[in-house]
Design a protein around this ligand. Sequence first.
Ligand code: HEM
Ligand code: SF4
Ligand code: SF4
Length: 365
Amino acid sequence: MRDETVTGALAPSPIPEARRQIEICNACRYCEGYCDVFPAMTRSKAFADGDLSHLANLCHNCRGCYYACQYTEPHAFALNLPAALAEVRQDSWERLARPQIVARVFHKSGLAMSGVLVVGLAAILWALAALGKGQGAGFYASLSHNAMVAIFAPAFVFPLISIALSLRAYWREVGGSAIRLRHLIAAARSAGELRNLSGGQGQGCNFEDGDRFSNARRRWHHLVLYGFLLCFAATSTATLMHYLLDMQAPYGLFSLPKLLGLPGGVMLAAGTLGLMVLKLRADPALGVARVWGGEMGFVALLFTVAVTGLVLYGATGSAWVPGLLALHLGAVLAFFLLMPFSKMIHGFYRFAALIVEEQKRDPAA
Ligand code: HEM
Ligand code: SF4
Ligand code: SF4
């Protein structure tokens, strides 16, 4: 049964249109070398809803198949496979989200929702810091360590529970089975290289420009992904230093949190900026145009997390620290709280799709 939209109307399913297009592609097979989607579709003659969800999350929206296709409009077949799969993928992220309504609102109005949440949370944190002034030393003179843990621990755990519930439903829908280490390693390698955005031969994708192949989207995404992982490693190291070694923030330039966090923050800021510029150049009709704002909201939120973190570091020791700290923590908190509902969910679903694809290809699985 279809779910209701935010306005209460019954949303039309994108599945029949995707099925029509996939059946044409499965007969044509001209785009076979572009990505994992085409070899995967050759396993079936008829496509169940779960098969289409799987193919949709395997697609990296490189757009190569659209620009190569002889059946796009004005041909009567009116093929637009990147858009048809993006609709199914988007539908899976919204339909399987828990609670579903928050995801539907974010994908529609993500820019506004992120903005309101960052400012609101920053204001609350700033007020908390003002009330508790003088209860800590150094960095924690602004906001006590205990207050930070009390706020951030649930803000981290609840989104993870929501994502786990949503992924479990997805896993069942697409027929995932027991995870083997070799499937995990192969999926991690594919995600780490973004192989499905490479155009098959490494020439790149056609995301922002149909007339030429480019690896720009891949490179900006590498900066975002590895920058994010470095920032995560920096925060984890700082937590360990605090609890195991009794060393409190702020840390010096040659400490692990700074050596990991500074390049991570710069990479994250540069990568998100690059992705935003490419997004402004790309044709929205080859994705899901109605969620363009939500997608931009997600990238802008990541950019805000990175830039406020860097500016906060630059302002160490100045009177700007309490305000900047509240803003940075507000952005981080908003990012984690919105993880199950924003486009951040793409990382989890796409990684799951890469694992399931390895399982389906493996004759021994
Ligand atoms: C499992 C690993 C991941 C995979 C396979 C993956 C894959 C992709 C792909 C294929 C795209 C381009 C297509 C699209 O826009 O839907 C994309 C976009 C993006 N990804 Fe990832 N991603 C992963 C993890 C992450 C992580 C951890 C982050 C950052 C925290 C991230 C941030 C972004 C951003 C900012 C965009 C641009 C969104 C947009 O333009 O709408 N990704 N990702
Ligand atoms: S996108 Fe067009 S050219 Fe490519 S396989 Fe499908 S029908 Fe053939
Ligand atoms: S848009 Fe790219 S990744 Fe998606 S099906 Fe077409 S060729 Fe494959």
